[in-house]
Each structure stands twice: as structure tokens, then as C-alpha cells.
Write a protein of this length. Structure first.
Length: 619
């Protein structure tokens, strides 16, 4: 059995020099499939770059599929599973090459991606093409509380293929479903070990922050081959998973959709040969793709004289010389195919130190109008981040945080929500800095509430609450003065291991009705953890609270709003080796430290997928 693997994004760029690129490359892909006599074509999502493409886009796409995929050649693949279940979301729930009204010679199977994702109860472009019978649209899921994936079962000779598909879901939501064991992948009833299991999905593969991607160890181990859509960098050769037994193939986008480094990797499609449980992947380089070269310049490392009266002119001369070398590199990507565009895409990212080193990039690009396809955005300026540079406000890297806001070419990051930025700052940038008393999860919840609900006191309340929690913990221990710092670190590590509980704890405190008074702060003597709180029903969905209290929280404990107040039920400090005032002084000392001792990361919770079996299965 031969399967043609690709991910295609059909761009809408009417009136632009790039407007015909996607049509040309898509036709090349269909020609390659036809020339190699493949049994089927498998798309990893994002057939279109927009959920509502222009009529011309849809028309040309359907015309090409009709030209290359319709005909009298018989399809040798036998479809075995329940089509009504596999295509239940489609207008005509039947595989197109078994439809008596159609004459299909090379079937296309596709899931939808994030760009052609239909809105709830709306009709997308993929729904239209599916209704026409040109594409077999599978893996669509609308129940956001439980995912049950039933495979498409196919057979050709001695080879049996179980094809699992899951169209794009929001990464945070899908990660939560995996962690809550609410993703079920059904397996064939009979002879399970004889099936070659392929899973195609369209999600973040790169770690963009906590729960903003799908880790490979979330997927079940019975899979043999995973086709990973969404990521645009072409990594077509199969890669053995570090934590699972399956292999991962990442076709990437077939045309450049953004001027980032990952898009500059040479574009390929692949033919997957299957025989029983054995497979081989044959990559094929695309010859009609427009040449694209990406490079970076760090001005601090260049031989440029910045002491002149106008350093920007010196930078401009240096950049001009460097661009000529990039244009020569692009010429080496000319394949000789008669339909390949000749004007290349060029992107030079220039990292500067001072504003006076910059020049007008748009005006500068006009001189390359006849040489490149994107003259207006050849040069991208980005301020260089100086490692270790701190603001006067304390142990905080301002420029590193700005860099996170200005992420370029990172797929899957939309909107750069502030809570995501906070988490990524401590997870990726400030790895040598730690919050000893406050928790990252608590700050994330406060930031989210401040942005989404304009709660201006959220941060102050979270800080007060977490300081009180630490003080209460220290007062409940029989500590000497020398043991307090060590206990604070131990308590920090304990809270890191329960990151989700920290988030729920902060969320409950911030959402509790007792906070909502005219001053916007916690009322004195108000119980944050009352078991009859209105937010308990919502928070219990996460399965991390018990009886209205976060795990480990003493029954009856109360937040006081003022820093240093003692929880009700905490043992008085008299006779404990150190007074409450001394504990508060120690915490103040912690805040004044510029660097934490040692390094630690939050331990990730164990993830697994529930794999269900039919009742008749021997397992």
C-alpha cells in the first residue's frame, strides 16, 4: 500500500507576486502522486490558509483535484470499518471511491487544521469539498468534553491499515483532555497485532509553554506511525520517539506561509510504503517551490564602524553586501523546473543594540524590487537581548520578556496572552531565577484575571495570599532560626510538584465572592476556602480539589488580606524556636535576594491515554 503524505496550505494572495505559488505547487504534488501510482493521498490539515477562502481559491482547488483524482483506475484499497461512524459529520457519510455516483481513481483523506477549522455549527471550505465528493474528510470532533477516536480500517492484500485522525483542537483543551484521561482511541476487535496503526493530528509539537503543545508521551504506545501536521518546518524523515515506540513524520508546509527560519528548510512530500507491519518512507523534494533564504545578523559581531556621525549608513552598506550573498544562495535553489518562480524570498533578521543603528527597511527594500519577491520586508530589525541585563527593579530581565512578546515565526502562538508570557518567562528565560514564596501558577492566574476581567487588585491579593500560606506553613513547623530558609526551599519544591493545585488555589481565592467588595480586596475574616463556595462546582471539573479546599490546605484556614497575618488553626509560634515576626523578616530577606540557590523545575504530571477495546477482544 502506498500513501502520499503532505500538508498543504492554500494561500489567498490575489494580486501579489506570490499569488500563483500555491496553485503551482499543489498541482506538482498531485502529479507526483499520479506518477507514482499511490493508493491514496493523506493531508495533515490546513488545505486552505483561511477558514473562508475566496471562491477563486475553492474553484481552482476543486478543479485540480477533479483533474488528477477522478478517473477509471480502480482503487485497490478495501474499506472495512463503519463508514457511517467514520464520516458521521459529513453530509454524505461514505468513502468517496465506493460512492456509486462518483468515479474516483486516487482518493484524498484529510483532517482539518487550525487555519481551515470550521466555527461551531458553521460550514467550512473542507465541508464544501467533502460534500462534492472530492475529499474524504475525517477526524472532525465537536464534543469538547470527551474525545473517542474510531479508526478508518483499510486492507490491501496482506496489509491492514488502521488510520486514526484528529482534526485540530485548541492545544490547551486537548492537553487537558489527555491529562484527564478523556481521550480514547478504539482498536480493531480482531487480530490487533496485525494492524499497522497510523495517527494523523494537527497540533503544536514544539513546546511553547505549559499545556500549549501535545507531548509525544501523551499518545498511546500501540501506535506505529504518527503524521504530525501544523508545524511548518519540514522534517520528513521518520524520527523515533524518545518515549514511545512509534515513529514521527512531520511533512511541514509545502509552501512558505511566513518569512521565518523554519519555513526556509527545503520542502518535501513523501511516499509511505506499507507491507504488513513494515514501512519505508521515500521523501521527494518539491521542484516548483519558490527559493527562500533566511539568515540573521548580530550587529555587535559585525565589523562595522559605529563611531561615525551616521552609523545607520554604515549598517545599511554592510546589510547590502550581505544581501547580495543571500541572493546568490537563493539562486542555488533553482531546480530547473519550468514552472518554478525565479524571484526568491529573502529574509534577513538584524539584531541591533541602539536605535541609531536602524534605517528605513521599506525604503531600503525598493532597490531590490527586480531581484526578490518580497522587497518591502527583506530586513527585519530586532533589538538584541543582552544576557544578564537586569532592570533596577530587581531580579528581572526586561528585554527577555520583551523578546517573548516579539516572538517571530513561532507557530501556534496566537495573541501572545500575558499569562502564557509569564509562564514561558520563568520556564524558558529565567531558568536560573526562582520565586521562593510566590508561585508562577498563582501569578499566571492573577495576570489572567487582570487582563480578562480588569481586576486591578488581583496581583496584590495573590501575593498576600501566598505569603500568608508560606507563613502559616512555617508556623506549623517546629523550626529553629537556621532551619527556616531550608524549609522555605523545601516548601517551594513541594508546591512546584503540585503546580495545578497551586493554580486552582489561586483561582478559587480570586473568584470567591468574599473578594468582591468596594475596595476590591479581601474582606477581613472572610473565608477563602468555604466548602459551599460557588466556584467549587467549576473547579472540581479539574479533579484537583477536595471538599472545597486545595489539597494540603488545613481545614478552616483563612486569608487575612494583610501581609503576615496568621491562619486560623495554626499553632502559635510561642515555644517554636522562632517568632512570627522573625519568620516574616526571613521572607523579606528572600525577596531581597537577587538569585536563588540551586535550580529546579516543576515536575510534569504523568500523562497517559486510555486505550479501549471491544468487548470481544482477548485483551
Amino acid at each position: 500500500m502506498q500513501c502520499h503524505l503532505t500538508e498543504f496550505e492554500w494561500l489567498m494572495q490575489s494580486g501579489c507576486v506570490l499569488g500563483e505559488d500555491t496553485y503551482t505547487t499543489f498541482e506538482e504534488i498531485l502529479c507526483l502522486a499520479q506518477e507514482n501510482n499511490v493508493d491514496l493521498i493523506l493531508l495533515g490539515g490546513d488545505l486552505f490558509h483561511d477558514s473562508k477562502p475566496t471562491p477563486r481559491c475553492i474553484h481552482d482547488c476543486m478543479s485540480l483535484i477533479r483533474k488528477y483524482c477522478m478517473g477509471d483506475r480502480p482503487v485497490a484499497v478495501e474499506f472495512l470499518s463503519d463508514q457511517a461512524k467514520n464520516f458521521k459529520h459529513c453530509t454524505h457519510p461514505v468513502v468517496n471511491y465506493e460512492d456509486p455516483n462518483l468515479n474516483v481513481s486516487m482518493p484524498i483523506f484529510s483532517i482539518h487544521g487550525n487555519h481551515d477549522d470550521p466555527s461551531y455549527r458553521q460550514i467550512s471550505s473542507l465541508d464544501l469539498i467533502s460534500a462534492s465528493g472530492l475529499v474524504n474528510y475525517f477526524g472532525k470532533w465537536t464534543d469538547l468534553t470527551q474525545v473517542e477516536i474510531s479508526p478508518l480500517l483499510m486492507r490491501k492484500g496482506a496489509t491492514r491499515l488502521a488510520l486514526y485522525g484528529l482534526s485540530h483542537l485548541k492545544d490547551e483543551r486537548l492537553a487537558r483532555l489527555f491529562m484527564d484521561y478523556k481521550v480514547t482511541m478504539l482498536r480493531p476487535r480482531e487480530e490487533q497485532e496485525d494492524w499497522f496503526n497510523v495517527f494523523v493530528l494537527h497540533q503544536n509539537r514544539v513546546d511553547h509553554g505549559p499545556k500549549t503543545y501535545i507531548a509525544e508521551d501523551m499518545l498511546p504506545d500501540f501506535l506505529d506511525f504518527v503524521i504530525w501536521g501544523h508545524e511548518h518546518e519540514c522534517r520528513i524523515l521518520p524520527e523515533k520517539s524518545d518515549r514511545r515506540r512509534f515513529f514521527v513524520c512531520q511533512p511541514g508546509s509545502s509552501v512558505a506561509t511566513s518569512l521565518c527560519e523554519g519555513e526556509a528548510v527545503k520542502k518535501h512530500v513523501a511516499i509511505l510504503h506499507l507491507y504488513k507491519r513494515e514501512f519505508q518512507v521515500y521523501p521527494i523534494a518539491l521542484k516548483t517551490v519558490r527559493p527562500f533564504v533566511f539568515d540573521s545578523l548580530v550587529l555587535a559581531d559585525c565589523t562595522i564602524d559605529f563611531t561615525t556621525e551616521k552609523p545607520s549608513e554604515e549598517v545599511q552598506k554592510y546589510v547590502s553586501e550581505h544581501l547580495e550573498t543571500l541572493i546568490q544562495r537563493a539562486a542555488e535553489q533553482i531546480s530547473g523546473h519550468k514552472r518554478q518562480p525565479q524571484k526568491p524570498l529573502i529574509r534577513l533578521r538584524v539584531e541591533y543594540m541602539e536605535e541609531k543603528q536602524m534605517f528605513n527597511a521599506v525604503r531600503f527594500g525598493l532597490q531590490y524590487t527586480d531581484k526578490v519577491a518580497n522587497p518591502s520586508d527583506i530586513v527585519l530589525f530586532r533589538k538584541q537581548r543582552i544576557t544578564g541585563k537586569m532592570t533596577t527593579g530587581g531580579n528581572f530581565d526586561k528585554e527577555a520578556l520583551e523578546a517573548l512578546f516579539n516572538m517571530e515565526g513561532r507557530q501556534g502562538i496566537t495573541g501572545n496572552r500575558v499569562e502564557m508570557i509569564v509562564e514561558r518567562y520563568f520556564a524558558e528565560v529565567a531558568t536560573d531565577k526562582h520565586l521562593q514564596v510566590l508561585s508562577v501558577k498563582g501569578l499566571v492566574e492573577a495576570a489572567s484575571r487582570f487582563v480578562d476581567k480588569d481586576d486591578r487588585d488581583a496581583l496584590a491579593c495573590v501575593i498576600d495570599h501566598q505569603i500568608n500560606k508560606t507563613v502559616s506553613h512555617l508556623l506549623s513547623r517546629n523550626l529553629t532560626e537556621d532551619e527556616i530558609d531550608e524549609e522555605i526551599e523545601r516548601f517551594r519544591q513541594e508546591r512546584l510538584a503540585k503546580a495545578e493545585e497551586e493554580a486552582v488555589d489561586a483561582r478559587k481565592m480570586l473568584a470567591h465572592p468574599s473578594r468582591q467588595n468596594p475596595s476590591g480586596k479581601l474582606k477581613p475574616n472572610s473565608s477563602v476556602f468555604d466548602s459551599d463556595s460557588d466556584v467549587d462546582n467549576e473547579l472540581n471539573l479539574y479533579g484537583t480539589t477536595r471538599g472545597g479546599r486545595s489539597r494540603g490546605q488545613a481545614k478552616g484556614s483563612r486569608a487575612r488580606g494583610g501581609r503576615g497575618s496568621r491562619s486560623r488553626g495554626a499553632t502559635p509560634s510561642r515555644g517554636r524556636g522562632r517568632s512570627k515576626a522573625a519568620v516574616q523578616t526571613s521572607i523579606s530577606d528572600v525577596f531581597s535576594q537577587k538569585q536563588d540557590k540551586g535550580s529546579s523545575r516543576a515536575s510534569s504530571s504523568r500523562r497517559r491515554t486510555v486505550v479501549t477495546f471491544d468487548d470481544d477482544s482477548d485483551d
